[in-house]
Design a protein around this ligand. Structure first.
Ligand SMILES: Nc1ncnc2c1ncn2[C@@H]1O[C@H](COP(=O)(O)OP(=O)(O)OP(=O)(O)O)[C@@H](O)[C@H]1O
Length: 355
């Protein structure tokens, strides 16, 4: 558990951030210049806050009121940065061994073999970092940080220097890591799709201010936070179970709390759970079930809430068996006579959904 209250003033930038993050992956999301890395640096003891406190698992590591400022290496915080920062003159094994540490209170720790297998590094243990691909280097950096057995791992834009294929590879490994070991991670990113895939909780920051935080789905569905949770790309995350793959049409059929959902063919095994991101702007509204329409995903539901957004848009929160957000023009909103509680159909084109 991370509990922070941090203040810092630069010439034209004022940071005042209070939030807490429970177990699992907490994403710190905001645009460039919002103050994300500044928070990361203060957590790691690389930058001193002018005021505030940092508590990890109830243990205070910084507290301005009592002038407590625990040295960086004693804070039990691991870091993975955008660039890997490995030692070039050590092999992968040397890099991993260098960072290995036990927890000071003797609580269970990650083991060398376990982490090497999980991050698929056995084949490269005797190589030097400059002979590895960008994705492999970043896997070593994640393994090294984990082997320092931190109470919390801070990952600052760890995928931003990688191409899409490498990003996907590391995201899959992080998903496995989460499933198998569930470390506490603060994941700093300005990619809403990475966050939607990985995070359990979300902290939204803009211009040095925390705009909201809480469980991922709930926070993404807050219409008042749309300007900070993706703006034009804001939307919902829906959990679904893979029911069937159709090889003829190359489609996958998923089970959600609101019924069947079709997406373009995915490789996830039948029975496995999948997180889907549905952007509010990709959801259309109909007052009756349309039959002669190409859109396969049609959910019956009700309007739970709405909010007038910027630029003549109306943002809607629907209950279709699961919460789903939609964005339509104010003109359509008025023509359809939508009111909170009314029945409607939500339509989502399969091709717009990313798994
Ligand atoms: N040492 C410093 N001196 C002066 N200003 C600074 C310093 N460090 C950061 N800033 C300013 O603080 C603001 C927040 O920077 P920060 O790097 O935390 O943003 P960020 O959200 O991590 O952005 P990005 O996603 O681009 O990395 C920026 O306006 C930056 O110029």
């Amino acid at each position: 558990m991370l509990d922070v209250h941090l203040k810092k003033q630069f010439d034209s930038f004022n940071l005042d951030a209070t939030f807490s993050a429970g177990p699992g992956i907490t994403a710190l999301f905001g645009p460039s210049g919002a103050g994300k890395s500044t928070i990361g640096k203060m957590l790691g003891g690389m930058l001193a806050p002018s005021e505030g406190h940092i508590a990890i698992d109830g243990h205070m590591v910084f507290d301005s009121s009592s002038r407590l400022n625990t040295a960086a290496y004693k804070r039990e915080i691991g870091f993975v940065f955008q660039e890997h920062r490995l030692f070039p003159h050590y092999t992968v094994r040397g890099n991993l061994k260098y960072g290995s540490r036990r927890r000071r209170d003797g609580t269970p720790t990650f083991k060398f073999d376990e982490i090497v297998s999980l991050l698929d590094l056995r084949q490269v243990l005797d190589r030097r970092p400059n002979t590895l691909s960008g994705g492999e280097q970043q896997r070593v950096a994640v393994a090294r940080a984990l082997l320092s057995n931190p109470r919390i791992l801070v990952m600052d834009e760890p995928l931003s220097s990688l191409d899409d294929a490498r990003k996907n590879e590391i995201l899959q490994l992080l998903e496995t890591l989460k499933r198998e070991l569930n470390p506490t991670i603060l994941y700093i990113s300005h990619s809403i799709s990475e966050i939607s895939r990985l995070a359990d909780s979300l902290v939204l920051i803009d211009k040095g201010e925390i705009k909201g935080f809480g469980p991922l789905e709930e926070t993404l569905n807050r219409l008042d936070l749309f300007p900070f949770s993706g703006g034009y790309d804001a939307g919902s995350v829906v959990t679904a179970t893979v029911a069937r793959h159709d090889t003829t049409y190359q489609m996958s059929e998923l089970e959600t709390a609101g019924g069947r959902l079709f997406i373009p063919g995915c490789k996830t095994a039948v029975g496995a759970k999948l997180r889907l991101r549905i952007r509010a702007r990709d959801v259309a509204i109909s007052m009756s079930e349309p039959s002669d329409i190409s859109i396969l995903n049609r959910f019956k539901g009700t309007l739970s809430d709405h909010r007038s957004g910027a630029d003549g848009m109306e943002e809607l929160l629907l209950d279709v068996g699961f919460p789903l957000t939609a964005r339509i023009t104010r003109q359509s909103y008025e023509q359809l006579n939508l009111t909170v509680g009314c029945s409607l159909w939500a339509l989502v084109k399969s091709v717009t959904i990313s798994a």
